[in-house]
Design a protein around this ligand. Structure first.
Ligand SMILES: Cc1ncc(COP(=O)(O)O)c(C=O)c1O
Length: 294
């Protein structure tokens, strides 16, 4: 162009996030493909936004249906689709919640919440907790704790303070007559989508014939002929690890991969064994040998 400005320069987003050098072209269910045809398992789902998977036919059909009817309408008009959404949402919420505010992003929702609390209480103070992330717009950023997000844009919104997470005395001390709201991002030791629950315990047990008078499991293992549970089996490796950690050097006689066979040999007084007390159908209760619990 005559004034020296060229058109057609390739635009790049401002680098707010790390550039992974991957261009994602499509998704299906829990998988993503890049523009080179490489497949990835999507363990991130864009922070749960794609929780229903990518390109699910039901979701696609619903988007298609609505897009071919009405793509957008100002909120001063009612639309059947919006009303259907609100009615469905209301079905999950306590009946005391009767108003809702639409937002396009987390930051926008936080921003709106901060404004509503100011109006509702006539106060301006917001208390947030350390390590919390609430978004990058100015109000939400004021509640966000990490200095790397805040410092380039100081000063933040007046009246916003941070206290340590999970410290009720600090929170109680911070709340005063100027406090409009407390905003908390729950912090999890495990990722939010995972939890750990013990379903059953399968302790190692010593199998020994009732005739053996010794009751100390370590002494039984160290002195009696020992029938190993095959160390190529997972249970055999568990037993082996235990023996090593306890510093027990048994007198090996056999090494077998069948729990039934081990039980029979113990019953014939041919040795003792160390095996996991697996859940049914391998449970040991019905077996003849005495079980000495570790
Ligand atoms: C607890 C919480 N609040 C707010 C936000 C900001 O959401 P958005 O990135 O959609 O603005 C996030 C984003 O990770 C968040 O985890």
């Amino acid at each position: 162009m005559g004034d020296g400005v060229s058109v057609g320069t390739r635009l790049h987003p401002i680098p707010l996030h790390v550039d992974r050098g991957i261009s994602l072209a499509r998704g299906e269910g829990c998988y993503l493909w890049d523009d080179q045809g490489r497949r990835y398992l999507d363990l991130m789902t864009n922070y749960g936004v794609n929780l229903l998977g990518h390109a699910h036919p039901h979701v696609n059909a619903a988007i298609d249906r609505q897009a071919s009817l009405l793509t957008n309408a100002h909120q001063s008009f009612d639309t059947p689709a919006r009303q259907e959404f609100l009615d469905t949402l209301a079905g999950f919420l306590p009946s005391s919640l009767s108003r809702m505010s639409f937002a396009n992003s987390g930051a926008e929702a936080v921003e709106a919440a901060m404004k509503y609390t100011r109006v509702a209480t006539g106060r301006t103070g917001i208390i947030a907790t350390h390590r919390a992330y609430h978004g990058r717009t100015f109000g939400a950023l004021s509640a966000t704790s990490d200095a790397k997000y805040r410092e380039p844009f100081m000063p933040m919104l007046e009246g916003t303070r941070h206290v340590p997470f999970d410290n009720l005395p600090a929170m109680a001390e911070a709340i005063d007559d100027s406090t409009a709201a407390v905003i908390i991002e729950p912090q999890f030791v495990l990722p939010k989508t995972c939890s750990w629950e013990t379903w059953r315990e399968e302790p190692l047990v010593v199998l020994a014939h009732r005739a053996i008078e010794e009751r100390d499991p370590h002494r039984i293992l160290a002195t009696e002929p020992f029938i190993r549970y095959d160390r190529k089996q997972w249970g055999g490796r568990l037993a082996e690890n235990y023996l090593q950690q306890a510093g027990i050097h048994p007198h090996d006689r056999y090494e077998l991969d069948s729990l039934d066979a081990i039980a029979v040999l113990v019953d014939r007084k041919l040795g003792v064994s160390l095996v996991p007390d697996w859940a049914p159908p391998w449970h040991l209760d019905w077996r003849a040998p005495a079980i000495v619990w570790l």
